[in-house]
Design a protein around this ligand. Structure first.
Ligand code: NAP
Ligand code: HSE
Length: 376
């Protein structure tokens, strides 16, 4: 391989456009962290006349995704198309040619994951999909890497931001159609939002998580699911009066000869972590034999959080291509800290216990540009 990696991006919609922007604007940081340069050789879309977000003019758009994948200079294919028809053909084509593939497509993995992983193994190609379940939350890495030496017995969570956004908006008085339109406008919903509201998207994610957690070739059609489209505002209000929220929960427990799994709207106590999100936030609880219970939460939907997970997979992939997967990239790239200012001094004091600062999560809201500079 040339020392510049060739990257192909398939799709430039909600997720793909954010990935394209990051590829262009965060090039220095990505190259420094991965130890290798890259070139975006092309972006495949369906409609060349569709307006794209500003700042993407430097990219070369094409309708011919197959030719882009076949370009011998391509090392990495990032799939942000969605669905299981064109995306399946293109991902298979890329893996057949030994390209590393990164995808956000849970439908694809929940339906064809075992087959695609086998193909990747045969071709010696890498297949990464952190963005396919719970957006920016690194739940795939948790199950696949961090807990790889443990036995996972159960997992459950709120894994569809569109449903949470709809239920939450209906709690505040919105009608169902208005609430769905709001979730679509914010980029949380699938191209066909019935996948979200009927529970299919959550079932896809659950199947993918079960594949990794339990080592079972689970495909999502096997998982029973019910959605939120039939829930009335008065039921949501009644649940609140009783101290509950209605949330679409996906849950699975490993059993001796398989697993129990289901996706359904359930009553969750208002103070429970599953009830805290109002939109794109996902929460996943994983129970492992030795680790015990771990809870992850964060942004699971929307272009930017999803792009974050894809770019993480890209850096990992590029490091592997460069043969520097285990090199201490971040340590090498750190600047000397010029000054370490006190942190807790900034916090308010409780009048009853003035010795102790009162923790405030908002102090962690550092501008993103500062976070990038830490590695420059
Ligand atoms: P989207 O907005 O509908 O974008 C799809 C893109 O794919 C469009 O740019 C479209 O081109 C392009 N496309 C469709 N068919 C194509 C083909 N045959 N060849 C080339 N390009 C083609 O979808 P999205 O919301 O970005 O989702 C993309 C994937 O990310 C899906 O698998 C989804 O499940 C997953 N995901 C989404 C989110 C989220 O919050 N939205 C989060 C996690 C994962 P045109 O623009 O020309 O129509
Ligand atoms: N449509 C999905 C959701 C996108 O609402 O959670 C993230 O996978």
């Amino acid at each position: 391989m040339d020392c510049t990696a060739g990257v192909a991006l398939l799709g430039c919609g909600t997720v793909g456009a954010h990935v394209a922007q990051r590829l262009l604007h965060d090039r220095d940081a990505i190259e420094r962290r991965s130890g290798i340069r890259y070139q975006v050789r092309g972006v495949a879309v369906r409609d060349l006349l569709k307006p794209r977000p500003e700042g993407l003019d430097a990219l070369s758009f094409t309708r011919d995704a197959r030719a882009l994948i076949d370009d011998p200079a391509i090392d990495v294919v990032i799939e942000c198309i969605g669905g299981t028809t064109d995306a399946m053909e293109l991902v298979e084509r890329a893996l057949e040619r030994g390209r590393a593939v990164i995808t956000a497509n849970k439908d694809l993995l929940a339906t064809h994951g075992p087959r695609l992983r086998a193909l990747a193994a045969v071709r010696g190609a890498s297949l990464r999909y952190e963005a396919a379940a719970c957006g920016a939350i690194p739940v795939i890495r948790l199950l696949d890497d961090a807990l790889a030496g443990d036995e996972i017995s159960a997992l459950a969570g709120v894994v569809n931001g569109t449903c949470t956004a709809i239920l939450s908006a209906m709690e505040s008085g919105a009608d169902y159609d208005e609430a769905l339109a709001g979730a679509q406008a914010r980029g949380y919903a699938e191209a066909d939002p019935s996948s979200d509201v009927d529970g299919d998207d959550a079932a896809h994610k659950l199947a993918l998580l079960m594949q990794l957690a339990f080592g079972l070739a689970v495909i999502s059609p096997r998982i029973r699911r019910s959605g939120i489209a039939q829930i009335a505002k008065r039921e949501i209000a009644r649940a609140r009066m009783l101290g509950y929220r209605i949330r679409l929960v996906a849950a699975a427990v490993r059993q001796r000869d398989g697993a129990r799994a289901e996706v359904a709207p359930v009553l969750v106590r208002a103070e429970h972590p599953f009830a805290q999100g109002a939109g794109p936030e996902n929460v996943v609880r994983v129970v492992a034999r030795d680790a015990g219970a771990l809870v992850l939460s964060g942004n699971g939907a929307g272009g930017a959080p999803t792009a974050s997970a894809i770019l993480g997979d890209l850096v990992t992939t590029l490091r592997t291509l460069r043969g520097r997967h285990d090199s201490p990239q971040r340590t090498q790239a750190l600047n000397a800290a010029l000054e370490i200012a006190p942190f807790f001094a900034e916090l308010a004091r409780h009048p009853e216990l003035p010795r102790f600062p009162v923790w405030d999560d908002t102090l962690l809201n550092a501008p993103v540009s500062l976070a990038s500079q830490a590695y420059s």
